[in-house]
Design a protein. Structure first.
Length: 293
């Protein structure tokens, strides 16, 4: 009886142990499957984080290519992402690391949004500035063109006024004369009797001309093409004039009759045709010819 009880007890123990082993095996298998599944999930999460970081790097590259103003900020942000991506690739996936990387990715995304908004704002500001500069440049060019046009018009008007204000002469006449001892001047057409040349003319009235002293010059060129008279040179801004005689008159905008006497030295007055030129300053205002026999 005792032996039978012992056998029964042993059988029961063996059954219990078998059941426990079966339960342990089932638990171990389930744990292994769960661990395997968790590891796969963690690896998937790791791959997803790597993909998100890669997309962030691409977006930063595009932003850097389009935005020169914030290149330095964008480059530094991109460098941090590259370092994090390398860290993700080098480490085995586990729950703690995945959680930390996920938090870091979230922070980097927020930073990217702020930087991109700022970059877009600066880009728009630069575009507006470029538009404003173009508008300013166009306006400035228009002002320059207008200024040049006004300057040209003013210059033309000044030239017209200058021409209009210039002295003019009419009724110019030149002749040989002889001055007698009494001072009386007698005109003559013979070269042998003449000792001077008299040039008379009328200054035309001109209300545009400034009143005041005016210098008038006469050139008398004899038939030998020689200048007779004083032969004095006067310098102007862009010209030199050598004259035979000079007269300073006071002009009051009204018609004015003027005569000049040109002295001649021995041998200067000869037979033939003479040319007479009248100048107001450096500008010739009249001309005539006469003949001595």
């Amino acid at each position: 009886m005792t032996k039978q009880n012992n056998n029964l007890t042993l059988k029961i123990l063996i059954g219990v142990l078998g059941a426990l082993l079966l339960i342990l095996g089932i638990f171990t298998y389930n744990f292994y499957q769960e661990e395997k599944q968790n590891k796969a999930i963690l690896n998937q999460e790791k791959d997803l984080i790597e993909s998100e970081l890669g997309e962030l790097i691409t977006k930063y590259d595009n932003a850097i290519a389009l935005n020169e103003v914030m290149d330095d900020h964008l480059l530094k942000a991109k460098e941090r992402i590259v370092v994090l991506l390398d860290s993700v690739k080098d480490n085995q996936a586990n729950l703690a690391l995945i959680a930390r990387y996920r938090r870091e990715v979230g922070r980097l995304k927020k930073e990217r949004e702020k930087l991109f908004k700022l970059a877009d704002s600066l880009t728009e500001a630069n575009k507006q500035l470029a538009v404003d500069l173009d508008s300013t440049s166009v306006a400035l060019n228009d002002r320059i063109i207008l200024s040049d046009s006004l300057q040209s018009q003013n210059q033309r008007l000044a030239e017209i006024v200058e021409r209009g204000a210039a002295l003019t002469a009419s009724n110019i006449k030149a002749e040989g004369v002889k001055v007698r001892n009494s001072g009386k001047i007698v005109n003559t057409s013979r070269a042998s009797r003449a000792d001077k040349v008299r040039v008379c003319f009328t200054l035309s009235p001109n209300k545009l001309t400034n009143k005041g002293d005016k210098d008038l010059y006469v050139q008398v060129i004899n038939p030998l093409n020689n200048l007779i008279g004083d032969k004095v040179s006067v310098h102007f801004k862009n010209a030199v004039l050598t004259y035979s005689a000079r007269n300073k008159i006071f002009y009051e905008n009204d018609a004015l009759d003027v005569c000049l006497l040109v002295d001649a030295t021995e041998g200067e007055i000869v037979k033939g045709n003479y040319v007479v030129n009248l100048f107001s300053g450096p500008k010739m205002i009249s001309s005539t010819q006469f003949e001595l026999k």
